[in-house]
Design a protein around this ligand. Structure first.
Ligand SMILES: [Zn+2]
Ligand SMILES: [Zn+2]
Length: 376
């Protein structure tokens, strides 16, 4: 006898839908208002707070049911593939040849099954139960013939080893554990003979009702899919609009300085941070205006990395709304003398390019929004 894993597709569909119903019921349970909800909504009436709480709950439930629909096919396929693979592993497993300890004949396989690690479901192995019918000998082994280690059953009272036996009573099988130490007898009904608790008509009706609410039909599912895509698009558009607003604001803010103005500004800011002797020189004119600068660090103890980074920050801050920017090759430090390049932006077109780059950088630096905003 071999346990068969793969079942009809409807078996998996029912299991998936049952999980969906249970999951959505859990999400639907009334929950007390969180501290954040009460704090954020100061100034609102209790009714308004309750309304917004209910709205968020409904929204989460709506998304939960929708997401369960979107994952349904894929999950069921995965389950079926897993069970098909397990059956194939079982089919391939060869019964090891084990001799009966009494008569020496090779024992017969009466049952084989696939077992797996509860913590790591990828770790699987096959177990065989072998028997010698005439001698009533049996063995539980792995495919390589090694014995499956048996964990002794322990007495529920004194935790010492017990003797196992079975008894049939009123046509049902019971397992009897008799303690060798304290004599305690524990009787348990075999799982196979347990009376299955059939659901009541009320439970069945309630399940069918919830299934209609939470397990989306394909038309409802398609609508949900479009809704998700629409929301995604809306988020992207909002982001783009934000970037646009920032771009026009920044562009209007840019202050145009000539070289004399730049020199005056930089001299003032470096002084505050312990740098001095700003020198600038301009290479022969080119299409782009790029000037070389050097400054001296007056702080003896400042190391090269710190000195470079500090100066870079000062320059970036001072130039963030000006028509000048540090060239990306950075600032170089040698024995307290720092040097680098600054580019000037002259035409409207140049300024637009510069502003676009600045907005892009600032959008990147912005952190993603908090999860709690999801419903609004
Ligand atoms: Zn035998
Ligand atoms: Zn005992």
């Amino acid at each position: 006898m071999t346990y068969k894993h793969l079942k009809e597709r409807s078996y998996y569909e029912e299991m998936y839908d049952r999980h969906t119903v249970e999951d959505c019921r859990w999400h639907e349970e009334p929950r007390p208002m969180s501290k954040e909800e009460n704090d954020v909504k100061e100034g609102l009436t209790a009714g308004q707070i309750q309304w917004s709480h209910d709205f968020v709950t409904d929204m989460l439930l709506f998304q939960r049911a929708g997401d369960r629909y979107l994952q349904r096919e894929e999950t069921i396929n995965e389950w079926m593939e897993r069970d098909e693979r397990r059956d194939a592993v079982l089919d391939r497993a060869r019964t090891p040849i084990i001799r009966c300890p009494s008569c020496g004949r090779s024992m017969e396989c009466v049952y084989k099954r696939l077992d797996y690690d509860i913590d790591d479901r990828k770790r699987e192995w096959v177990e065989f139960i072998l028997k010698c019918m005439p001698c009533k000998q049996s063995a539980r082994v792995f495919e390589n013939g090694q014995k499956v280690p048996e964990k002794p059953s322990l007495c529920v009272k004194c935790k010492k080893e017990v003797k196992l036996s079975t008894r049939t009573k009123n046509g049902k099988e019971y397992f009897i554990d008799t303690c060798k130490h304290c004599g305690h007898v524990e009787e348990t009904l075999s799982v196979l003979d347990e009376d299955k608790k059939e659901p009541t008509q009320e439970e069945i009706d309630r399940f069918e009702y919830d299934k209609k609410r939470f397990c989306l039909t394909s038309a409802q599912g398609q609508r949900y899919k479009s809704w998700v895509e629409g929301m995604k698009l809306m988020k992207e558009e909002t982001k783009e609009q934000e970037a646009n607003v920032e771009y026009y604001d920044k562009l209007a803010e840019v202050k145009k300085l000539n070289i004399a103005g730049l020199e005056k500004l930089l001299k003032a800011v470096i002084k505050k941070a312990g740098y001095t002797d700003l020198h600038i020189s301009m290479p022969p004119p080119d299409r782009q205006i790029i000037i070389n600068f050097s400054v001296r660090d007056t702080e003896e103890k400042r190391e090269s990395y710190d000195s470079e980074k500090t100066l870079q920050k000062i320059f970036e801050k001072a130039l963030e709304d000006k028509n000048w920017a540090l060239v990306s090759d950075g600032i170089h430090y040698r024995l307290g003398l720092l040097s680098g390049r600054i580019q000037g932006y002259e035409t409207e077109e140049d300024l637009e390019t510069l502003t676009k780059a600045r907005v892009k950088k600032s959008m990147k630096a912005k952190k993603p929004k908090a999860h709690s905003e999801v419903a609004f």
